[in-house]
Design a protein around this ligand. Sequence first.
Ligand code: SF4
Length: 447
Amino acid sequence: MLDGSDSCRGGVCRSAAVSPQPAAPVVTSHCQGDTRIDCLCRGAATYAKVSYPQQYGIYAEIETAAAVMRFNPGGEIVYLRGKGRDWPHPQEWLKRTIGDDWIYYSTGGYSGVVEAIGEYYLPNTPYPTNSLLGGHPFELDAVTRLIESWPALLAEATARLLPQAPAAVRDFLARAGGCDPAVLRQRAEELFAIIGGRVTVLPPDARHVDYDLVPLHISEGCLYKCRFCRVKTERPYRDREWDEVERQIAALRRWFGGNTVNCNSLFLGEHDALAADPELIIAAIVRAREELGLGDSVMTGGNVFLFGSVDSLLHAPSRLFAELERLPCSVYINIGLESVDQETLDKLGKPLAAARVVEAFHRMQEINGNFERIEITANFVMDDLAAGHLPAMLQLLRDGVSRRRPKGSIYLSPLRIGRPSRSLVMDFYRLKTLSRLPTFLYIIQRL
Ligand code: SF4
């Protein structure tokens, strides 16, 4: 869109669509001095791993002398980038999630980030997480100032742009003006209430869609209540009733409104949706995709993300995977294996026998080999809690797989929170080199 030096004398221009695709909407632009708005911009329609900032889907952009702000079609702010000299890097930005968190995307100096996490940009969260990489962007004045000042910047831009703005711009500015921080916080709370609580952890595979997804809880809790786990709920595991799921989908449709135009993915919660009745899993995906229009999104393809466990994977009938494969979307199931060393499992308080974990690992390989659109991935803890953990894990990732495979990612999850560590990163690289499966660090993100 507009770079810092651009300005115009004021007025309205209707330009061709940003995207060359024939169905792309027409961008309505309006500028006044150094302030400009572009409504109905169209970003990339396919999620891609790229080493430059990429905006996806349909959005509106306002650029002033101080910042670039982007909004979803509902007028909610989703992106911020400062233009001052103190902004940390011209290719770094803030993204606001539907849970109302601001995430700072940093290049990490571009060195090693993509090898470590599979993405070119490193997400920095405003809450403590297990990332081994990154700095402290939320301690920088330029970053905190922009998070606090964007409503004032929007108000100034609106006052400047409104007098001669075309109807489409006026409508958009009215929508954006109605989405102040208090409204956005309230909206996030409404979302959490609809699904029955905040999503405390998203599967690592959700990185493939930059965590842009619709959350739908078809079950609650998990099977194990492991001692080490910080994200578990104390609720016993249960499938949700179908009428609860139907009501949730209807409420999600009202909550998202037209914003699902940018969303092609579903997260089935909570911590072990694979343990749910197979018929419930399939029916929920089909109904949610249909009701929420995920198949009609401007984003190509479609995805479903969910967590599973050793027992839910080993108990899941083959017909479930056959039916998932027939769906018009890709399905990513992330299993918490944690360790194949019994002493480590015991220290973690994970009530599992190591032999069951090995069995689940081999079932993963089987499913990944037999189904094209299903990918089962797994998490292991990164920390060496007992001497046998790393050797046993390495043996499985190297000798438990006959050759290098492009599918079935392994995510290594540090247990430590808020303590980045270069030496652990070096350990990770050694493991990654020896593993025959794609291996990455898991940075825990909530919704
Ligand atoms: S690690 Fe998974 S199974 Fe264990 S308590 Fe946490 S959510 Fe439950």
